[in-house]
Design a protein around this ligand. Structure first.
Ligand code: ATP
Ligand code: MG
Length: 415
């Protein structure tokens, strides 16, 4: 690399090889599972007006106060690269009149941008898969969404990750809990981390989420949401847990689990690797793989009518680290032309093979003697070689794949 070649931006990744295969496998599995649950695919802009995020997520959150990539465009508007999907989807729901589709089960995936300190599993451009149910107030929506997340992890073959579940109550319960937390932490204010001292009045729930030792010593005895839950909020949470049990989704209660963003009500959850599991080893300190909850207050913060909704997002890179070892698949067939007279015949064969849904690599250039060796190196179930006016088919592997392949090639008269 020459000295004047530009470097990649810090915290971005160029994903290639086995990592790229694992990434694609996560997305493909998500696509399959969201169809099983009949979530509709949506595609969203990568940027929005800055206020979409500042109003929906809340000015006091880390995401809005420290992590956004915001800039003025040539027309003088303040725009922000999306740090999450939910706010933009809520904006789209309102501006497009998607109320007519409610309850709308929507799914998407793509890149997100946050100005964070890059480390393993934490990037400045990262990617998420995302699922939302908008316009559904009933606890069955939470159950459906969580069952989908659980099935996704199972289908990805990820083990040793558990659903940690909490309720933040309704607005009334949450306000009372908030006041009690302020009272409690006020007494030890001087001993809290600087961040938490700052959060104390603005966003005391966030202190419960603190990774700082100075804060953690006070967390066990902090007031618990259960003391403040209204009857409705208790009933809602019970309906969610009963539904999860019925759906066969394992969960554990996490009384101090709060989510970083302001808009959550009722159900809040994260899927976290179990201590000592292979998943925890693979992810290190960046442990949450999937998180979300109910955000009944969000639409109002964007000027919409009250609209109950629930959703989750999961980091594709973190999921890909857990599925691991996805080598690039072997080709079904390599067509190799060793005799330039047969190039057209080779091209016709490879086209017919691909049109029949069989993967194929075509080698018809470079030194003639080296072409067959090249074909072997590709790694394939079969090699179809063309030389001396003849075709030769050589199978390189046995088993089910080859049997299926043989019958497909026979149909094409290429055996
Ligand atoms: P964390 O506590 O790890 O910062 P978060 O609460 O900010 O997570 P969410 O906003 O809930 O994360 O995003 C959901 C998921 O997206 C996370 O569980 C994680 O898998 C992934 N994620 C979030 N931020 C990043 C990042 N900077 N790099 C890679 N993945 C990320
Ligand atoms: Mg974060």
């Amino acid at each position: 690399m020459s000295k004047n070649t530009p470097k990649a931006i810090r915290g971005t990744q160029d994903i290639f090889g086995a990592d790229a295969e694992a990434f694609a496998y996560v997305v493909e599995t998500f696509e399959r599972v969201r169809k099983l649950y009949r979530f509709r695919r949506i595609e969203m802009p990568v940027f929005e007006k800055t206020e979409v995020f500042s109003r929906a997520i809340g000015e006091t959150t880390d995401v809005v106060s420290k992590e956004m990539y915001s800039f003025e465009d040539r027309g003088g508007d303040s725009l922000t690269l999306r740090p999450e999907f939910t706010a933009g989807i809520a904006r789209a729901f309102l501006t497009n009149g998607w109320q007519q589709h409610a309850p709308l089960k929507a799914a998407t995936h793509g890149p997100l941008f946050r100005y964070e300190r890059p480390q393993k599993g934490r990037y400045r451009q990262f990617h998420q898969i995302d699922a939302e149910i908008i316009g559904a107030a009933e606890p069955q929506a939470d159950v459906e969404l969580l069952a989908m997340a659980d099935q996704l992890l199972k289908e990805l073959g990820i083990e040793g990750v558990t659903l940690h579940l909490n309720t933040l109550g309704d607005a009334d319960s949450r306000d009372k809990w908030r006041a009690a937390l302020i009272d409690y932490f006020k007494k030890v204010e001087g001993e809290l981390s600087e961040d938490s001292q700052e959060r104390l009045e603005k966003n005391p729930l966030r202190i419960l989420d603190s990774k700082d030792r100075r804060d953690q010593q006070f967390l066990a005895d902090a007031p618990k949401i259960d003391e403040f839950l209204t009857e409705e909020a208790t009933a809602f949470f019970e309906a969610v847990t009963t539904g999860l049990d019925a759906a066969g989704v394992k969960w554990t209660r996490a009384e101090s689990l709060v989510r970083g963003l302001d808009y959550y009500r009722h159900t809040a959850f994260e899927f976290i690797p179990d201590d000592g599991s292979a998943a925890a080893d693979a992810l290190g300190a960046q442990s949450t793989v999937l998180g979300g909850g109910r955000y009944d207050g969000l639409m109002e913060s964007l000027g919409g009518a009250p609209t109950p909704a629930v959703g989750w997002a999961a980091g594709i890179e973190r999921l890909a680290m857990l599925v691991g070892g996805h080598s690039e698949p072997a080709a079904d067939v390599v067509v190799v032309v060793e005799d330039d007279q047969m190039t057209a015949e080779g091209q016709a064969a490879v086209s017919a093979i691909r049109a029949a849904g069989i993967s194929a690599e075509f080698i018809a250039s470079g030194g003639k003697k080296k072409r067959f060796d090249k074909a072997v190196k590709v790694g394939s179930h079969a090699i179809l070689a063309m030389s001396g006016g003849e075709r030769r088919l050589r199978y390189q592997s046995e088993g089910e794949d080859s049997v299926r392949l043989a019958s497909a090639l026979r149909k094409l008269n290429l055996d």
